[in-house]
Design a protein around this ligand. Structure first.
Ligand code: J2J
Length: 546
């Protein structure tokens, strides 16, 4: 009898030994990290949350709150290995809950605020989550109602904790208890949380990250981005996303003993006053937001002079826009090409300007192994464009509970197939040239074509569908759904398809931006839909509209 596949494929022992010997994995957990920082400088502010009347939590406050929340969660029967789906906006409670879960060894599943019924139901059901944590109402949307619907269909889901007015659920503020000894503390090599993959398949895959590997990526990022105890990091993107969480992000800032400032929204009207008031020194943005900031900065009355570093990543930042960062914002640009699965590349603070504006950086770690290969997995010479494969001390060896998918997404010797098409320069920097995965990168928000296609296919009048990217001046790409209707199905308007998708409970950013009805798709030689031809048709017909 063969043993059941583990939930999370681990690092082979010889690699783990090498990563420890190199000092990359230090045998520390996130819970211990916060404990040490709180002991070293209890009165230093860790988190500034401008919501409401504004709150400043010191390292001592955060540590105590995490302990009390951990005790309360244990009292609710939540313990090591349990999954807890977390869907919170950028508020201080996010960190209170995350560190409490880290301490008891329960695994946060990092949902995004934009997710709706379809995604949340999947995360809760697939992970057999025991709890779901939400804020009452965000941006006019009532998450308590969503929680009620999800709970009705997911038998494992015993608790819904709500920040604010709990309605029929439990108020998060009622959970904390007097601290207790943690019965079974997590080990550094164990999985700390499940991050979401951008994905190219029917449902998003879950990414198991360990304390050891993630702490290394955070520490390494701090070194590269110059984060120290004097830094002030503005969290402008959704806190749960891998980029603002770890590159170097809020966890980097907390690791360095620095301060995190939470922006409820990333727009200049919210972020610029916060930069001035809190003397923010660095932040991370996706390219469309960076463009908005670049346009708003010249006329802003706010003083942005404290800003030293702007990280831009998540999607390709155009060279033209990259060149404007220093003159307009007066700070250093760092391009970051990262992925929740692991590998993160940064341009360095001392790279020359040409490298900073024309490349997406080089790997964080000397332990990152990079291969650029052709369609048959043969290595290509430096300078040639091909598929990026990677393996290293903070890149996963497999998705959570996905053995078949893992066999496709990883090589036999453990390299992750990123789905990105890149070119290496002589200096070891990477230039992202395109993508082989069936995904649309909508300004940093990833849309898996197959996921949206499956929802559209559920429409009774739809015979077939292909979702592809179309070029967009602001977002880089938007989504277009080509739809073939069933014979005899009445004429349909694009808005009806969009509404149908929205009503199935998909995040708004996945609703197709455009719907085109066609009689048939262009075919490849082997009878598959040619998405390449569909994309080319869109580029030809719509590029003049941009
Ligand atoms: C082109 N494509 C990029 C870039 C990511 C830091 C920064 C970003 C992410 C992230 C992250 C890109 N130029 N600069 O996790 O820690 C595309 C690639 C990549 C995918 C990963 C981090 N930066 N991309 O974006 O898991 O296609 O992580 O494989 O959301 O985004 O997406 P995600």
């Amino acid at each position: 009898m063969t043993a059941p596949a583990p939930d999370a494929p681990g690092y082979p022992p010889e690699f783990a030994a090498r990563y420890r010997a190199a000092g990359w994995w230090r045998g520390e957990t996130f819970g211990q990290m916060l404990r040490e920082r709180a002991a070293a400088h209890p009165d230093r502010v860790a988190i500034t949350d401008p919501a409401g009347d504004g709150r400043h939590w010191t390292y001592g406050d955060l540590d105590t709150r995490a302990d009390r929340m951990a005790a309360g969660l244990l009292a609710h029967g939540i313990g090591k290995g349990d999954r807890v789906v977390l869907q919170l906006p950028n508020i201080a409670e996010f960190f209170e809950v995350v560190f409490a879960l880290f301490r008891i060894g329960a695994l946060p599943v990092f949902a995004l605020p934009a997710h709706r019924d379809a995604e949340i139901r999947h995360f809760c059901a697939f992970t057999e989550a025991v709890a779901y944590v939400v804020a009452d109402v965000t941006d006019g949307y009532d998450h308590r109602e969503l929680a009620t619907r999800v709970r009705a269909g997911v038998p494992t889901l015993k608790h819904v904790f709500v920040v604010g007015d709990p309605g029929e659920h439990t108020a998060l503020s009622d959970v904390p208890r007097d601290p207790v000894a943690i019965p079974d503390e997590p080990e550094p090599h164990e999985v700390a949380f499940l991050q979401l993959s951008g994905g190219s398949t029917g449902v998003p895959k879950l990414i198991p990250r360990t304390h050891d590997d993630y702490l290394y990526s955070v520490r390494g990022s701090n070194e590269i981005c110059g984060v120290d105890e004097h830094s002030v990091y503005l969290c402008a993107l959704p806190a749960a996303h891998n980029f603002p969480l770890s590159s170097p992000g809020t966890l980097g800032a907390l690791h360095a003993g620095a301060r995190v400032v939470l922006a409820p929204r990333p727009s200049p009207d919210v972020a610029f006053p916060l930069i001035e008031r809190e003397r923010v020194t660095l932040t991370g943005l996706v390219p469309p937001l960076a463009l908005v900031w670049l346009d708003a900065a010249p006329t802003t009355p706010y003083d942005l002079s404290s800003l030293e570093v702007l990280l831009v990543g998540g999607a390709k930042f155009s060279e033209q826009a990259a060149r404007r960062v220093r003159p307009v914002l007066g700070c250093t640009l760092q391009q970051v090409f990262g992925m929740a699965e692991g590998l993160v590349n940064y341009t360095r603070l001392d790279d020359d300007e040409e490298t900073v504006v024309t490349t997406q950086g080089r790997p964080l770690s000397p332990g990152d192994e990079i291969r650029v290969v052709d369609d048959q997995d043969h290595d290509l010479p430096v300078g040639a464009t091909g598929h990026l494969l990677t393996r290293g001390p903070y890149t996963i060896r497999g998705y959570w509970r996905a053995p078949e998918h893992n066999a496709r997404s990883f090589t036999a010797d453990g390299f992750y197939r990123t789905g990105d098409v890149v070119r290496l320069t002589e200096t070891g920097h990477l230039v992202v040239e395109g993508r082989a995965k069936d995904q649309i990168n909508r300004g940093g928000e990833k849309v898996a074509a197959e996921e949206v296609e499956n929802h559209i296919l559920a429409h009774p009048a739809v015979h077939d569908v292909a979702v592809v990217s179309m070029p967009d001046a602001y977002l880089g790409e938007r989504t277009c759904a080509y739809v073939v209707l069933r014979a005899g199905a009445g004429p349909l308007r694009p808005v009806e398809i969009k509404r149908f998708v929205r009503e199935r409970g998909l995040a708004a950013f996945k609703v197709p931006d455009r719907v085109e009805f066609v009689d048939e798709f262009p075919q490849t030689g082997i009878g598959k839909v040619s998405k390449k031809d569909l994309r080319a048709a869109l580029a030809a017909t719509h590029s003049t509209e941009l």
